[in-house]
Design a protein. Structure first.
Length: 295
């Protein structure tokens, strides 16, 4: 029997069917998140109903933006990108509507589970997974288990303070934090101050041979490294899996690894830096096997 899988993001809802180790019938639907949580939930249900015309499924796995309590399958917290989503009892809603067991997990944790089972984390019991995009997301695996934390929010690496002189939590809770300097958003912000045409990570790297652009990239790489130094020294993982579209850039991971090793205590330099392997299917693949990592 198949598993219905969904990956709910602020921009798109990815969906598909998982069976015998592979995904099929993969689709992408606009979330229209600004219309609020009720609209998003209705959209998810409409998508699932469409799949019932293709085949039956015995369970549902959901990867979603926001902080998630996987035991209850509810959204602990979601920011303004998904208005009204906080408190949504996603598991209960899906089980009441479709009468099959439903598992729910935070999107970065789901992606890390996907990498652990199908991707760069295979065979690794102790690793961290970070995604660099609009912000910086993270997940932690210890002794082969996903580390949830006491309130299911462990791995919020974007909140590491790397520039305390810029700290102003009343104005911005992430001020001075890793997310504000190491995300792709931060790279593009710095680049557009040089040239407004540098409006994406891809555009920045296409012009990396220009000295001023290269300097911006080099500073951004060091910002990535600053956070990783603290993460590696604190958690002592065997590997760090780095994801996000920007990590597809040639030689970027090698540059991060070289700079990181220079800044680590020698006994920590065994760590491997790996590129995430599953791309935008990581969340769906993780959602397909959530029951193997139930809290």
């Amino acid at each position: 029997m198949a598993t219905m899988v969904l990956d709910i993001g602020g921009t798109a809802i990815k969906s598909g069917l998982y069976q015998d180790g592979r995904l099929s019938e993969i689709r992408e639907t606009a979330t229209e998140a600004r219309k609020g949580a009720a609209h998003v939930i209705n959209r998810v249900m409409e998508i699932i109903r469409e799949y019932t015309n293709i085949c039956s499924f015995e369970k549902i796995g959901i990867s979603t933006a926001g902080q998630v309590d996987p035991a209850r399958g509810c959204i602990i917290y979601a920011n303004e990108n998904l208005p009204g989503y906080t408190g949504t009892m996603l598991k209960d809603l899906m089980e009441q509507e479709f009468h099959v067991p439903t598992a729910v997990q935070n999107d970065v944790n789901a992606a890390a589970i996907g990498e652990a089972v199908f991707g760069a984390g295979r065979g690794e019991k102790n690793f961290v997974c970070l995604t660099y995009g609009t912000g910086v997301g993270g997940a932690i695996f210890t002794d082969g288990k996903l580390c949830q934390g006491c309130s299911c929010s462990a791995g919020e690496f974007g909140g590491i303070i790397v520039h305390p002189q810029d700290r102003n939590p009343d104005a911005d809770i992430f001020s001075g934090c890793y997310e504000r300097y190491a995300s792709t958003t931060a790279l593009v912000k710095a680049a557009t101050e040089l040239d407004p045409a540098l409006s994406s990570g891809r555009a920045v790297f296409e012009r990396q041979q220009e000295p001023q652009v290269r300097q911006i990239i080099d500073c951004w790489i060091m910002e990535i490294v600053y956070g990783l130094i603290s993460i590696v020294h604190t958690l002592n993982p065997a590997c760090a899996i780095l994801g996000g579209g920007v990590m597809e850039q040639s030689s970027l991971l090698q540059q991060v690894q070289e700079k990181l090793y220079q800044n680590l205590i020698p006994s920590f330099r065994h760590i491997q830096i790996k590129k995430a392997e599953l791309g935008n299917q990581a969340g769906m693949l993780g959602a397909a096997v959530l029951d193997s990592f139930s809290p």
